[in-house]
Ligand binder design. Structure first.
Ligand code: GLY
Length: 345
């Protein structure tokens, strides 16, 4: 019996990557179907989860022998040391190349566990059970895994596609509002990548639609040699705000401000008109997210940080909206960057 048959009451999105293709299942309670998507032949499963998820009673049963490894909550868990520790514990237990890792939690856990699975025995199979909105519509789909260095975020990682992803919408009920806001910023982004009217959809359908938009982009450009950069829309200012620190913004809030900034910049660069800028403000504001800079934000420091963004390949590259959709733009005059910053103050 195939997984597709067993899970047919959930929404399914296929990520088409040839022999590495996989399904993303979306719906309330889909984590309870984990046993149906555990990779065939795995006799042991290392379940890597985080304290908040375990405390909220979100547990899984892979249907085979398993051990649970619990990390702290938060981005700080993404270290080389934590990956090494997990590898050592897997080895001491006797996890083999035929076995699998299941990550249950938000983006930090899936990034760390995914990276660990990518390097343990040179790569073992991996399933994600995404429990946050950000994890469901972004981090768990597309195969990016990684950990941070003191020198920067996600500087060490691997592309390692999972065998399946379960996006359990029931788990979202346990999320604190600020964690939900973090996902909403990424959701707002998808409105512009696909020109999609997501507002008309109920939450599980909306999540599935976001996943489908991302799946299409990843299928076209798995290793980010071109089109996949569109997923960084709104992220140049967001990364600068995050790197600057001290603004007390969740990732999604920083992306929200970054989307409005990108629209203001695109208008000044002659790529879109004022009504499209208003559309950005309407969508972002409609999610209850900020559309302007936090008080005290310093233009000079933020513009300076643009050039340190790790996506800056050839000078400062912005992903900007335009007549042919969102595309990279380089060589923007510093005056435009500053004027656009003032427009969102
Ligand atoms: N989060 C952006 C990407 O997966 O490419």
């Amino acid at each position: 019996m195939t997984a597709a048959f067993l899970l047919d009451d959930a929404l399914r999105v296929s990520v088409e990557l040839g022999e590495r293709s996989y399904n993303v299942w979306v719906g309330p309670g889909v984590r309870h179907r984990l046993a149906e998507v555990v990779p065939p032949g795995a006799s042991r499963v290392a379940v890597v989860t985080q304290a908040a998820v375990a405390d909220a009673g979100i547990t899984v049963d892979p249907g085979v022998e398993h051990r649970v490894f619990i990390t702290d909550d938060g981005e700080h868990i993404k270290t080389m040391g934590a990956a090494e520790q997990l590898c050592r514990e897997f080895a001491q237990w006797g996890l083999t190349r035929r076995d699998a890792v299941v990550a249950v939690g938000g983006g930090a856990v899936t990034d760390l566990a995914g990276f660990t699975a990518a390097v343990y025995h040179r790569g073992i199979r991996m399933v994600y059970v995404a429990t946050t909105l950000l994890g469901q519509i972004d981090a768990s789909v597309g195969g990016k895994t990684g950990v941070n260095l003191p020198e920067g975020k996600n500087l060490v990682g691997a592309f390692w596609q999972p065998s399946a992803v379960l996006c359990d919408t029931e788990a979202l009920d346990t999320l604190p509002p600020e964690e939900m806001r973090s996902g909403l910023g990424e959701m707002a982004k998808y409105h512009f990548i696909a020109d999609a009217d997501l507002h008309s959809l109920a939450l599980p359908e909306r999540i599935a639609r976001c996943v489908a938009i991302k799946a299409e982009v990843v299928a076209a450009d798995e290793r980010e040699s071109g089109r996949r950069a569109v997923l960084n829309y709104g992220h140049t200012l967001a990364h600068a705000l995050e790197a600057h620190g001290g603004y007390n913004l969740r990732h999604g809030e920083a992306v929200a401000i970054g989307l409005v900034y990108a629209a203001e910049l695109a208008r000044r660069a002659g790529r879109i008109d004022a009504s499209r800028v208003s559309e950005h403000r309407r969508v972002v504001g409609g999610y209850g997210l900020p559309t302007s800079l936090p008080a005290g934000a310093d233009t000079d420091s933020l513009v300076e940080l643009f050039s340190r963004d790790k996506k800056a390949v050839d000078g400062v590259t912005f992903m900007l909206d335009g007549p042919n959709g969102i595309q990279p733009a380089t060589g923007l005059a510093p005056a435009l960057l500053r004027e656009s910053m003032e427009a969102i103050r």
